[in-house]
Design a protein around this ligand. Structure first.
Ligand SMILES: [Zn+2]
Length: 210
């Protein structure tokens, strides 16, 4: 029982090489941009809650013209171990949902809700106990800050940047009103961030087909 079947693939990324003439061109070219994300649910968040968080994060990316395909990752492996799957490729992202107590000494402050493990392996951690604490303080459902934190860390990985913004998903920390906006679907990446995200994904796809 190594697999945590608490996330599922809402849809799959269909790999399409750029400019291949024999391939059907989708009606919306932006829909070609898709990212596969492995989610390691080490803290055993109930499936329904994780799916709600994933849907919220996916909606944020959809607004930037990017589709997310979620995959459940193995959770019994060490934190630094990449997922062992035949479909693994370096363009995939990894989000590890963990407890703060399991990452002490990794330079994580007690208030961090997430952090980048390695940019090279597209690997980020979100800390569910901190997220739950913050959600209780702000009187919101924890799946909202969980989804926003997942989207935020995925943003760092796709932008390959630790930079924060003054507004939106890439703010360094959120107020209750930001999470209310997230629930309503109005917490987004900036237009510029959206373009950078799209360019980054296209470059990754092009690198794979070389
Ligand atoms: Zn950040």
């Amino acid at each position: 029982m190594g697999l945590a079947l608490t996330g599922f693939t809402i849809f799959s990324c269909i790999m399409q090489s750029q400019g291949a003439p024999e391939q059907e061109i989708p009606a919306n070219p932006r829909a070609r941009l898709c990212v596969t994300v492995y989610v390691f649910n080490s803290v055993r968040i109930p499936a329904r809650d994780l799916i709600n968080a994933e849907m919220l994060a996916a909606r944020i990316f959809e607004k930037a013209g990017i589709r997310i395909a979620w995959k459940a990752g193995l959770t019994t492996h060490d934190v630094d171990t990449p997922p062992m799957g035949e479909n693994w490729n370096p363009a995939d992202l990894q989000i590890r949902i963990r407890k703060g107590s399991t990452v002490r000494g990794a330079g994580v402050t007690s208030v961090a809700m997430g952090f980048i493990l390695t940019m090279e392996k597209n690997d980020a951690v979100v800390l569910f106990d901190e997220i739950k604490n913050r959600a209780a303080m702000m009187n919101v459902d924890p799946t909202v800050p969980l989804g926003v934190t997942m989207a935020h860390e995925m943003g760092h990985l796709l932008l390959q940047s630790a930079t924060h913004s003054l507004t939106g998903v890439m703010k360094p920390r959120w107020l209750a009103k930001d999470l209310v906006a997230a629930e309503r679907g109005s917490l987004t990446f900036s237009r510029e961030e959206g373009r950078s995200l799209q360019n980054g994904i296209m470059q990754r796809a092009a690198a794979q087909t070389r």
